[in-house]
Design a protein. Structure first.
Length: 344
C-alpha cells in the first residue's frame, strides 16, 4: 500500500514541476535587474504581478492536489478493504483446499485398501469366464446337433402340413356346401311356415292347370314353367342359376301370382351367400312391391336376421318387434319373439 502512495505523490510532482520553471526564471531575471541597477519600477511591478499570478496558480494547484490526494487515499482505503476481503477469502480457500487434500489422501488410502480384493475378484471372474467359454463351446456342439434334428423334423412337418392343408380345404369345401344347404333349409322352412298355419296358400310347385298348359303351349314358357325351373335350381343349390331365373321371371311377369315369391328367393339367395347388405335391399323390395303378399312376414323376419348378422342389433330388434306387431300369431312372429329374447 505504501508503494501505491509513493506513486501518487510522484505523479503530482511531475504535474507541479513545469510550473516551477517560470517562477525560477522570473526570480532570476529580477535578481539580474536589481544587481545591475537597471530595473525600472514598471518592470518590478510587472514581475511582481507575474509572481502573484503564479502564486495564485500554485495555490489552486495545491488545493486540487490536496483534493485529488484525499480522493486517491479514499480509493486506496477502499481497495485496501477489498484486498483484505480477498485475502480473507484466499485464506478460507486455503483452508478448504487443505480439507480437500486431506479427503483425497483418505480416499487414496481407501482405494489402496480396496484394490486388493478387486484384483482377487478379477482373477475369480477370469476363471469363471474361462469356464463359461468351455460350456459355450459344448453348447454350440449341442445346438448344431439339435439344429440338424430340427431341420429334419421341419421337413417331415412340411410334408404333414401339406397333407393337412389339403384335407382342411376339402373339409372347408364340404362345410361350405353343408352351410349353404342349412341356410337354404332354414329359408325354406321360414317361407313355408305361413302355408303350414293355413293363413295363405303356398305357391311352390305347379298345379294341374300348369301341367295342362305345358301340354298345350310349347312355343312360349308359362309363368309357372319359368318360376318352377328357377325354384328347382334353387333347391339343388345352384344359387346363381336360380337367381338369374327368378330375375328373368320378374322381367317377363312382374305382377304375376309368383312375383312376390320370386323376389323373396332372390333376397334369400344373397342371404345364403352371406351377402347380408344385398339381401336386406332385396327383402325390402318384397315389402315395398308386395306388402300384402304371403312372403311379406318372412321377408320382414329375414331382414331383421340380416341386420343381426351385420352386428346392427338395434335395427334387428326393431324389425323383430314389427313382425310381432304386424303379423301376430304367425310362425314368423314366434321366431321373432325368440330372437328378441336372445338379444335381451
Amino acid at each position: 500500500m505504501c508503494e501505491d502512495r509513493i506513486l501518487v505523490i510522484n505523479a503530482y510532482k511531475s504535474l507541479l514541476f513545469p510550473l516551477w520553471r517560470p517562477i525560477l526564471f522570473l526570480v532570476s531575471v529580477s535578481l539580474v535587474f536589481f544587481l545591475n541597477g537597471c530595473a525600472s519600477k514598471k518592470d518590478v511591478v510587472g514581475i511582481q504581478y507575474d509572481l502573484n499570478s503564479l502564486n495564485a496558480q500554485i495555490s489552486g494547484l495545491r488545493k486540487d492536489i490536496k483534493r485529488d490526494t484525499e480522493q486517491s487515499l479514499n480509493l486506496l482505503k477502499k481497495n485496501e478493504e477489498k484486498i483484505r476481503e480477498i485475502e480473507d477469502r484466499i485464506t478460507g480457500f486455503k483452508g478448504n483446499i487443505k480439507e480437500i487434500e486431506d479427503i483425497i489422501t483418505g480416499l487414496e488410502g481407501n482405494i489402496k485398501e480396496s484394490i486388493s480384493p478387486v484384483r482377487k475378484n478379477q482373477a475369480d471372474a477370469s476363471a469363471r469366464l474361462d469356464n463359461l467359454q468351455v460350456q459355450i463351446r459344448s453348447l454350440g456342439g449341442k445346438i448344431e446337433e439339435y439344429g440338424y434334428l430340427l431341420a429334419k423334423q421341419n421337413r417331415e412337418n412340411t410334408s404333414l402340413k401339406k397333407e393337412y392343408e389339403s384335407e382342411t380345404k376339402t373339409i372347408e369345401a364340404k362345410l361350405s356346401g353343408l352351410e349353404k344347404r342349412l341356410l337354404f333349409l332354414e329359408g325354406f322352412l321360414v317361407s313355408e311356415s305361413a302355408s303350414s298355419t293355413g293363413e295363405t296358400p303356398s305357391k311352390e310347385g305347379t298345379s294341374e292347370q300348369s301341367e295342362e298348359k305345358e301340354a298345350t303351349e310349347t312355343k312360349r314358357p308359362t309363368s309357372e314353367e319359368l318360376y318352377q325351373k328357377a325354384y328347382d335350381d334353387f333347391k339343388k343349390g345352384d344359387i346363381n342359376t336360380a337367381r338369374t331365373g327368378f330375375r328373368k321371371y320378374l322381367r317377363v311377369f312382374p305382377n304375376d301370382n309368383y312375383s312376390d315369391n320370386a323376389q323373396y328367393w332372390i333376397a334369400e339367395s344373397f342371404f345364403i351367400e352371406k351377402k347380408y347388405r344385398e339381401a336386406i335391399l332385396e327383402f325390402e323390395e318384397v315389402l315395398r312391391k308386395y306388402p300384402k303378399g304371403n312372403k311379406a312376414p318372412s321377408a320382414l323376419l329375414k331382414q331383421g336376421l340380416a341386420f343381426y348378422m351385420l352386428g346392427d342389433k338395434n335395427s334387428a330388434m326393431l324389425l323383430f318387434q314389427k313382425v310381432i306387431k304386424d303379423h301376430p300369431g304367425s310362425n314368423e312372429a314366434k321366431i321373432a319373439k325368440k330372437e328378441l329374447e336372445k338379444l335381451n
